[in-house]
Design a protein. Structure first.
Ligand code: PEP
Ligand code: MG
Length: 883
C-alpha cells in the first residue's frame, strides 16, 4: 500500500481534497506545494497508517520503512542534502495533523537530526555556533518532552539557573559557549532521569517522533477532546515530516502566524504576529511579546516594536501576495504559519481560520459581496450553534467602569464571575451553581474543563493566538488574554492589579470586546442583531422551506421571539401561566376541590386571567399562528407543599387543613411524568379544558376586534395515546367554540390538533389524524417514553453512556434519528396518508438543535418550534438543511 505522500519543489502527490487521507495540514502543504508556493519539501505518512498501526498491535507494515527512506531521499534531492549526513546536513521537523485540528495531540518536534556530531556541522555550515547550539538545545527539550515523556520544566530549571548565573534576562542574550554548556547540562539531566543517553542516531530520532505522533492519538487529552467534539477514533492522524527552515538564524530570520482577515472582528485586513530570530513555538508560547506584521496594525496597537512590513519589506511583500493568493484559492479566510530564513519566506501551514461568530458573519457577507462566494455558500459557512455568541450581553457603554487591567480583546462578549485560579476550582464552583472567571497566567490543554465551566477566561500572558484566546473563541466564551499588568499568585490565590489585591471569590468582569478587566459586577446590554447578522438571516430566510416558531407563553418571551424572527408560536405551555402571582392559589383551589362545582368556582377565577394572557399573546403575534396547548403537567406539580401554602388554600376552599392534606396525599404520584397529566386531566375534569377553550376563543374574538385581523387559534391536546382521548376532548372544544361564536356573533376559524409524544400515538397516527388537524411532535416526552428513561433524571448516566461509547449524543439534546426519529417519520407518513397536507411541526427541545432540524427537513415537517433564543439558530439551520 502507499503510506507516504511527498511534496515539494512545486509538485505534490496529494491535494487539499485528500484531507481524510493526509490530514488537514498534510493536504494543505501538498496543495500549496502544487500551487508552486515556497513550501519546504517533505512528506506525509497517511492517517490510514495510524489506523493500521492500532489495528495490528502497534506495529508498522513492512513496506513503510522503504517508503520513508525513498521520501527522505527525495527531500535530499530537492534540498541537495542528506538526512543524517554530517557533511551535508538535512534536518527535519515532525508534526501531527489529523482531519480536524486537535489539541492534545503531539504537536511538533523541530530540528530533528541534530546530535553531538551534526550540531558541529550545522555550526560550521552556518558559521553560527550560537544558532547551532540554540537549535540543538531546543531539539533536546522538545524531543524529551513529546517523545520521551520528560517534562520540559526540568530543562526550564536548568536554563533559568544558567541565566541567573550569567545575570541575563532573555534567551536571546545567551552566547554560543553558554549554549554549549547548557546542552551538556541538558544531556546530563536526560541521562539522570532516563538512565540512558539522549538518542544520537537520526533515524532512531525520526522513528521515535513518528511513533510519538501515532501514540498521542490515544492519549487521554486527545480522547477527551474527541469525545467533546464528536471526532471518531477511526479517523486517525497523519504525520508530516518536512525539511527544516530556521527562523532563529539571526536577525534576518523570523517566524510568525497570521490570518488573512481579522479573526475577532472579520475586518478584511491581514492580521498577524511574528518574532525575529525565533522558532515557531516561541510565538504561541507567549514568552516574548510578538510584533505586528503590518505597519497599520502596529500603529493601531501603539507598539514601538517595528512591524514586519518595515523590518523585512521584501519578505513582507511576498507574504502579503501569498496570503491573498491562498485566500482566493481556498475562497475562505486562511490561518497561516510562516518562517523567514535569512530573508527568504517559507510557508509552513495554511488552513481555514477559526473565527468568532461575529467575524464569521462579516467575512461571509463581505466575501459574498466581493463575489468570492455565493449567498448560499455564505449561509452555509456559518455554524448555527455559534450564533449563540452573538446573543451574549455586552457591557453597557453608559456603565461606570472600574478598570483594573487591560489585556487583548481575545474573544468577544462580557462576563462577570467570581475569581478562581484553577480549572478544578472552576468546575467545582460551576457544579455548585456559581459563575466564575478563570484567571490563569496562561492556559494549556489541561485547562479545557475549567474553560468550559467558566463564564470567561482571563490570562496575564499570551497573545491573540495563545491557547486561551484560540480555545475561548472556539467555545464562544469571553476572553481577555495577556493582561500583563496583572500579578497572578497561585500559591496565595490572589491577583494583584493596580496596587489592589483581588482574592479567590471576588467578583470581576471581563470585556472580551475591549480587553478590559473591571472590578465587580457591571451593567450589561443585550446584543444588536442588525448588520451582517441581519443580512445572513435574511438570506437564510430566502433559502429555507420550513417555518420557525417559538415556544413562548409570556408576553416578554413572545416579543423576544418576534424580535429574533419567529413566525408564530408553536407551543404555548399554558401551565406556565398558572405559576404567576395569586394565580397559583386559584389553581390549587381548582385541583384540590373534590367536587365539580368546587372546581368550576375556582376555574371561574382563572378564566379572566387566561383570557387576558391570550389576548396579549394574539396581539403581539399579530396574525401569526399561535398554538396553545391545554394544561399538561401532572397535578402533582401544583400541590401545595409547605404548611403555609396548605393553610392558605384550605382557607380559600373553606375546608380544614387536615382535610386538604388528605386530598393532597391522595393526589400524590410516584411517577408523575407517567401519571395523571396531559389529556388525561381533560378526560377526568372536562371543565378544565372547557375553561381553557373558552378563554382562547373569547380572547380570539377580542384580539380580532382590537387588531382588525382575524385570529385563528390552534388548540393542541397533549399526551394523546388513544384516538378516543382526542375525540373526547375535541368534542368539548368544538362545543365551546360553537357557544362562544354564537354569543359573540362572529365566526372563528380554528384548528384542533395533538401532540405526538407517546409511541402509541406515533403507531396509531393514521387513526389519530382522523380527528387531529395538525401534529406537533413533542420529542421531549417522545424521547423519554421511547427510551423509557426519565428526562429529569437521566443526564448523569447518559454521560456515562457517552463516555463508554454506547450513545454518541444525549438524545434529549440531539434527536435519536434511528429510534425516536423513526417514530416521527412513521407518524408523519401515517398522518399524511389519512389527511393529506396535515400540518406537521416539532416543539420539543430538538426544534432548536441544528442536527435535529436537518432531520425535520428530511421528513418534511412544516415548521420547527424552539425557545426564543434559539430562533436565529433554527432559521439558519433550516436554511442549511434545505440546500
Ligand atoms: C415535549 O414533550 O416534547 C414537549 C414539547 O412538551 P413538554 O416539554 O412541555 O412536555
Ligand atoms: Mg410533552
Amino acid at each position: 500500500a502507499k503510506w507516504v505522500f511527498g511534496f515539494g519543489g512545486g509538485k505534490a502527490e496529494g491535494r487539499a481534497t485528500d484531507r481524510n487521507l493526509l490530514g488537514g495540514k498534510g493536504a494543505n502543504l501538498a496543495e500549496m506545494s502544487g500551487l508552486g508556493l515556497p513550501v519546504p519539501p517533505g512528506f506525509t505518512i497517511t492517517t490510514e497508517l495510524c489506523t493500521w498501526y492500532y489495528a495490528n498491535g502497534h506495529v508498522y507494515p513492512v513496506d513503510l520503512d522503504a517508503q520513508v527512506d525513498a521520501a527522505l531521499e527525495k527531500i535530499g534531492q530537492l534540498t541537495g542534502k542528506r538526512f543524517g549526513d554530517p557533511a551535508s546536513l538535512l534536518l527535519v521537523s515532525v508534526r501531527s495533523g489529523g482531519r480536524a485540528s486537535m489539541p492534545g495531540m503531539m504537536d511538533t518536534v523541530l530540528n530533528l537530526g541534530l546530535n553531538d556530531e551534526t550540531v558541529e556541522s550545522l555550526a560550521a555550515e552556518s558559521g553560527d555556533r550560537r544558532f547551532a547550539y540554540d537549535s540543538y538545545r531546543r531539539f533536546i527539550q522538545m524531543y524529551c518532552d513529546v517523545v520521551l515523556g520528560l517534562d520540559h520544566e526540568v530543562f526550564e530549571e536548568i536554563l533559568e539557573d544558567q541565566k541567573a548565573r550569567l545575570g541575563l534576562d532573555l534567551d536571546t542574550e545567551i552566547g554560543a559557549d553558554d549554549w554549549v554548556r547548557i546542552v551538556e547540562l541538558y544531556k546530563a539531566r536526560v541521562f539522570e532521569e532516563l538512565e540512558r543517553p539522549f538518542p544520537q542516531d537520526p533515524r532512531e530520532q525520526l522513528w521515535g517522533a513518528i511513533g510519538a505522533v501515532f501514540r498521542s492519538w490515544m492519549n487521554p487529552r486527545a480522547i477527551t477532546y474527541r469525545r467533546l467534539h464528536d471526532i471518531p477514533e477511526s479517523w486517525g492522524t497523519a504525520v508530516n515530516v518536512q525539511a527544516m527552515v530556521f527562523g532563529n538564524r539571526g536577525d534576518t530570520s523570523a517566524t510568525g502566524v497570521a490570518f488573512t482577515r481579522n479573526p475577532s472582528t472579520g475586518e478584511n485586513r491581514l492580521y498577524g504576529e511574528f518574532l525575529v530570530n525565533a522558532q515557531g513555538e516561541d510565538v504561541v508560547a507567549g514568552i516574548r511579546t510578538p510584533q505586528n506584521i503590518t505597519e497599520a496594525a502596529r500603529i493601531a496597537a501603539g507598539s514601538d516594536k517595528p512591524s514586519l512590513e518595515k523590518l523585512m519589506p521584501e519578505a513582507y511583500r511576498d507574504f502579503v501576495a501569498i496570503a491573498s493568493t491562498l485566500e482566493r484559492h481556498y475562497r475562505d479566510m486562511q490561518d497561516l504559519e510562516f518562517t523567514i530564513e535569512r530573508g527568504k519566506l517559507w510557508m509552513l501551514q495554511t488552513r481555514s481560520g477559526k473565527r468568532t461568530a461575529k467575524a464569521a458573519l462579516r467575512i461571509a457577507v463581505e466575501m459574498a459581496a466581493e463575489g468570492l462566494i455565493t449567498r448560499e455558500e455564505a449561509v452555509a459557512r456559518i455554524d448555527p450553534a455559534s450564533l449563540d455568541q452573538l446573543l451574549h450581553p455586552t457591557i453597557d457603554p453608559a456603565a461606570d467602569r472600574d478598570v483594573i487591567a487591560i489585556g487583548l480583546p481575545a474573544s468577544p462578549g462580557a462576563a462577570t464571575g467570581e475569581i478562581v485560579f484553577s480549572s478544578d476550582d472552576a468546575e467545582e464552583a460551576r457544579a455548585a451553581g456559581r459563575k466564575v472567571i478563570l484567571v490563569r497566567v496562561e492556559t494549556s490543554p489541561e485547562d479545557i474543563h475549567g474553560m468550559h465551566a467558566a463564564e470567561g477566561i482571563l490570562t496575564s500572558r499570551g497573545g491573540m493566538t495563545s491557547h486561551a484566546a484560540v480555545v475561548a473563541r472556539g467555545m464562544g466564551k469571553p476572553c481577555v488574554s495577556g493582561a500583563g499588568a496583572l500579578r497572578v499568585d497561585y500559591r496565595n490565590q490572589t491577583m494583584l492589579a493596580m496596587g489592589r489585591t483581588f482574592r479567590k471569590g471576588d467578583l470581576v468582569t471581563i470585556d472580551g470586546g475591549s480587553g478590559q478587566v473591571l472590578a465587580g459586577r457591571v451593567p450589561m446590554l443585550q446584543p444588536e442583531l442588525s448588520g451582517d447578522f441581519a443580512a445572513i438571516m435574511h438570506w437564510a430566510d430566502g433559502i429555507r422551506r420550513m417555518t420557525v416558531r417559538a415556544n413562548a407563553e409570556t408576553p416578554a418571551d413572545a416579543r423576544m421571539a418576534r424580535s429574533f424572527g419567529a413566525e408564530g408560536i408553536g407551543l404555548c405551555r399554558t401551565e406556565h401561566m398558572f405559576f404567576e402571582g395569586g394565580r397559583i392559589t386559584a389553581m390549587r383551589e381548582m385541583i384540590l376541590a373534590d367536587t365539580e362545582s368546587g372546581r368550576r368556582a375556582a376555574l371561574d377565577k382563572l378564566l379572566p386571567m387566561q383570557r387576558s394572557d391570550f389576548v396579549e399573546l394574539f396581539e403581539i403575534m399579530a396574525g401569526l399562528p399561535v398554538t396553545i396547548r391545554l394544561l399538561d403537567p401532572p397535578l402533582h406539580e401544583f400541590l401545595p407543599k409547605t404548611e403555609d401554602e396548605i393553610a392558605e388554600v384550605a382557607a380559600a376552599l373553606g375546608v380544614s387543613p387536615e382535610k386538604l392534606l388528605q386530598r393532597t396525599e391522595a393526589l400524590h404520584e410516584f411517577n408523575p411524568m407517567l401519571g395523571h397529566r396531559g389529556c388525561r386531566l381533560a378526560v377526568s375534569y372536562p371543565e378544565i379544558a372547557e375553561m381553557q377553550a373558552r378563554a382562547i376563543f373569547e380572547a380570539a374574538v377580542e384580539a380580532g376586534k382590537r387588531t382588525g385581523r382575524p385570529v385563528e387559534p390552534e388548540i393542541m391536546v397533549p399526551l394523546v395515546g388513544i384516538m378516543k382521548e382526542l375525540d373526547f376532548v375535541k368534542a368539548r372544544i368544538d362545543a365551546v367554540a360553537r357557544a362562544v361564536m354564537a354569543e359573540a356573533g362572529v365566526e372563528i376559524a380554528y384548528l384542533v390538533g395533538t401532540m405526538i409524544e407517546l409511541p402509541r400515538a406515533a403507531i396509531r397516527a393514521h387513526v389519530i389524524a382522523q380527528a387531529a388537524e395538525f401534529f406537533s411532535f413533542g420529542t421531549n416526552d417522545l424521547t423519554q417514553t421511547t427510551f423509557g428513561i426519565s428526562r429529569d433524571d437521566a443526564a448523569p448516566f447518559l454521560e456515562t453512556y457517552r463516555q463508554k461509547g454506547i450513545i454518541d449524543a444525549d438524545p434529549f439534546v440531539t434527536l435519536d434519528v434511528d429510534g425516536v426519529g423513526e417514530l416521527v417519520r412513521m407518524a408523519a407518513e401515517k398522518g399524511r396518508a389519512t389527511r393529506p397536507g396535515i400540518k406537521l411541526g416539532i416543539c420539543g427541545e430538538h426544534g432548536g438543535d441544528p442536527a435535529s432540524i436537518r432531520f425535520c427537513e428530511e421528513v418534511g415537517l412544516d415548521y420547527v418550534s424552539c425557545s426564543p433564543f434559539r430562533v436565529p439558530i433554527a432559521r439558519l439551520a433550516a436554511a442549511q438543511a434545505a440546500v
